[in-house]
Design a protein around this ligand. Structure first.
Ligand code: 13P
Length: 340
């Protein structure tokens, strides 16, 4: 492990005005997204869509890194340049999703454990050779009747820390992603209570596994009401609760925090990020590592039609730019109509 290099990459991932594009949808997930625009999920369509995102003119101004999927890291632009090489040349850092998904946790109904540790060292060595300089592992914590259990939280935090250690051993910056889902009717207070425990457990495990905090990025959920909650907390409350929770559990040695969007609407995700950054100064840069919140409107604009390719790229850049503004608290909803 080279701590200086890990810290350099981690800091570049959260560079001023920039954030991360999560484009690491597994084949199953991207197939669902394509179904939404009635597009067949062929390997060529998946390649073409990722090319649309990665070659959007000006992306590097707002995008520091892209999380790729195993298939995508091996694909090329239509001119034959491997995606990781294309991204690096633009100054965008290639990353890779390395977990193999959340599976039912035996003996713990309705809870999951994220898998993917077996053979991970060898896969990381290969991904490094393919150009990846950071990785992602997503642990999933669901809120419901009697869940999460402290056992499921601990098991997932333990796996996250084992993954992070293997990444750092191989010169790859781990994005540590413990996601408390916003599915369900729970209150924002319940989300904060669970997120408090999850983050505390994760950082304890990271400490026990001797993780170099300066060489990692945290990717948390925001503290937010459940999607089906009767009274959803307004954006300023989400911002305050999230920042309070992070301040209590995330050491300032961590170079940055990059949120997932988790099913928030694109505008909601941007507004929340901006409001949080307005509460600064904060101990770490707060930025985005959005999947759906960066891609939903782009996919819709594209619809799989070659004639919409350029318009979809423009839509992607618009969202990237607005989220870039949100990283310094300079976003406001009025900008939605001007940013194109
Ligand atoms: P969403 O922003 O769509 O939640 O995706 C981010 C991500 O990478 C989840 O693992």
């Amino acid at each position: 492990m080279n701590p200086t290099e890990l810290a350099r990459i981690a800091n570049a991932m959260v560079a001023k005005n920039k954030g991360i594009l999560a484009a690491d949808e597994s084949t199953g997930t991207i197939t669902k997204r394509f179904a939404g625009i009635k597009l067949d999920s062929t390997e060529e369509n998946r390649r073409l869509y990722r090319e649309l995102l990665f070659t959007a003119p000006g992306a590097a101004e707002f995008i520091s890194g892209v999380i790729l999927y195993d298939e995508t890291i091996r694909q090329k632009t239509k001119d034959g340049t491997p995606f990781p090489e294309y991204l690096s040349k633009q100054g965008i850092i290639p990353g890779i999703k390395v977990d193999t998904g959340a599976k039912p946790l035996a003996n713990f109904p309705n809870e999951t454990i994220t898998e993917g540790l077996d053979g991970l060292r060898e896969r990381l060595i290969e991904y490094y050779k393919l150009g990846a300089r950071f990785a992602k592992w997503r642990a999933v914590i669901d809120i419901g009747d009697g869940i999460p259990t402290s056992f499921a939280i601990k098991a997932n935090a333990h796996a996250l820390a084992r993954y992070a250690a293997l990444c750092q051993e191989n010169g790859i910056v781990p994005i540590v992603e413990p996601e408390v889902l916003m599915d369900g009717g729970h209150s924002i207070e319940r989300c904060e209570e669970v997120t408090n425990v999850v983050l505390e457990t994760v950082f304890n495990e990271l400490f026990e596994h001797r993780i170099y905090l300066e060489g990692m990025i945290l990717k948390p959920n925001m503290v937010i009401s459940g999607k089906q909650a009767p009274n959803r907390a307004p954006p300023p409350t989400v911002a305050e609760a999230t920042v309070r929770c992070l301040k209590r559990h995330v050491p300032p040695a961590v170079p940055g925090i990059a949120f997932l969007s988790g099913g928030q609407s694109p505008t909601e995700a941007t507004l929340h990020l901006s409001l949080m950054n307005k509460l600064g100064p904060l101990p770490w840069p707060l930025t985005f590592s959005y999947g759906r919140a960066l891609q939903d409107s782009t996919l819709k604009t594209w619809g799989g039609a070659p004639t919409n390719f350029a318009a979809a790229q423009k839509e992607f850049i618009k969202r990237a730019k607005l989220n870039g503004l949100a990283t310094t608290g300079r976003y406001s909803p009025e900008l939605e109509n001007q940013a194109a």
